[in-house]
Design a protein around this ligand. Structure first.
Ligand SMILES: [Ca+2]
Length: 286
């Protein structure tokens, strides 16, 4: 019963807000009201079904989520849109980009065990070298297979071995062997493997440095990481850019939005309710 009431309240609030708010602020509030996974499913659906596939969003979500999270996202996607996420991605992308996205989605990355086989790590590093730097052209599938099916701890070892064999970083080889969205996807996997908090810090920084990108990347990443690792991302942000994430958001955005994205989930709900009561005040022209 309690769940039903909460659900109805949630539905009602979301609909009310959609009709009362507009633009970026609407997008932010709606993002905050979505249950986790459904929100990521929605972002993926928007990216796939919008005008022109937004590959960056798909790459970001698929490369940075764990196997268990991806399973929940796929379930939510199917429930919300009545179609299969993998099929939708396949029909909207092609070539090696399609292959790497499907491979990431299938979540064959073993991200929990922490087990590293030094012999296999060396072999993987040699295979990567033989599939790229050593030959004319590139064996893209070899890169995709190793990057998407090995655990993060294993890959860290592979990257170290690779550096010794190739005398350059795996990132530099990916940059010279691939291009476009495939390059972006592979580099994202490597970044998330090395330091996922740093990856999100960079992504947030770029979303504020760019023109007109804030409403997508900034809102999505702060909202979706807020219950997971936002504090660690904030620390990385400070380390990388010498200023706090919130101060940078505050400079470019309105104070009320900033307050909203940084408050906890429980407070957020109350805050949103108080917002509804004061909609006219909040939305009055600046
Ligand atoms: Ca080559």
């Amino acid at each position: 019963m309690e769940h039903l009431v909460v659900f109805l309240l949630h539905q009602d609030l979301t609909e009310t807000l959609k009709s009362e708010l507009s633009g970026k602020f609407e997008r932010l509030i709606i993002a905050l009201m979505y249950p986790p996974y459904k929100y990521e499913a929605k972002e993926l659906h928007d990216a796939i079904k919008g005008i022109g596939t937004k590959e960056g969003v798909i790459i970001e979500i698929l490369a940075s989520r764990t196997k268990a999270q991806l399973r929940e996202i796929m379930k939510a996607y199917e429930e919300e849109y009545g179609s299969n996420l993998e099929e939708d991605i396949k029909s909207d992308t092609s070539g090696y980009l399609e292959r790497i996205l499907v491979c990431l989605l299938q979540g064959s990355r073993d991200d929990m065990s922490g087990f590293v086989d030094p012999g296999l790590a060396l072999q993987d590093a040699q295979d990567l070298y033989a599939a790229g730097e050593k030959i004319q052209g590139t064996d893209e599938m070899k890169f995709i297979t190793i990057l998407c099916t090995r655990s993060a701890t294993h890959l860290m070892r592979v990257f170290d071995e690779y550096q010794k064999i190739a005398n350059k970083s795996i990132e530099d080889s990916i940059k010279s062997e691939t291009h476009g969205s495939l390059e972006e996807a592979m580099l994202t996997v490597v970044k998330c493997t090395r330091n996922i908090h740093r990856y999100f810090a960079e992504r947030l920084y770029c979303s504020m440095k760019g023109i007109g990108t804030w409403d997508g990347t900034l809102i999505r990443n702060i909202v979706s990481r807020s219950e997971i690792d936002l504090n660690l991302i904030k620390n990385e942000f400070k380390k990388l850019y010498g200023k706090s994430l919130s101060s940078m958001i505050m400079v470019s955005k309105s104070l009320s939005s900033t307050h909203l994205i940084f408050c906890s989930h429980a407070h957020r709900h109350n805050y949103i309710i108080s917002l509804i009561k004061n909609l006219r005040i909040v939305l009055s022209p600046k």
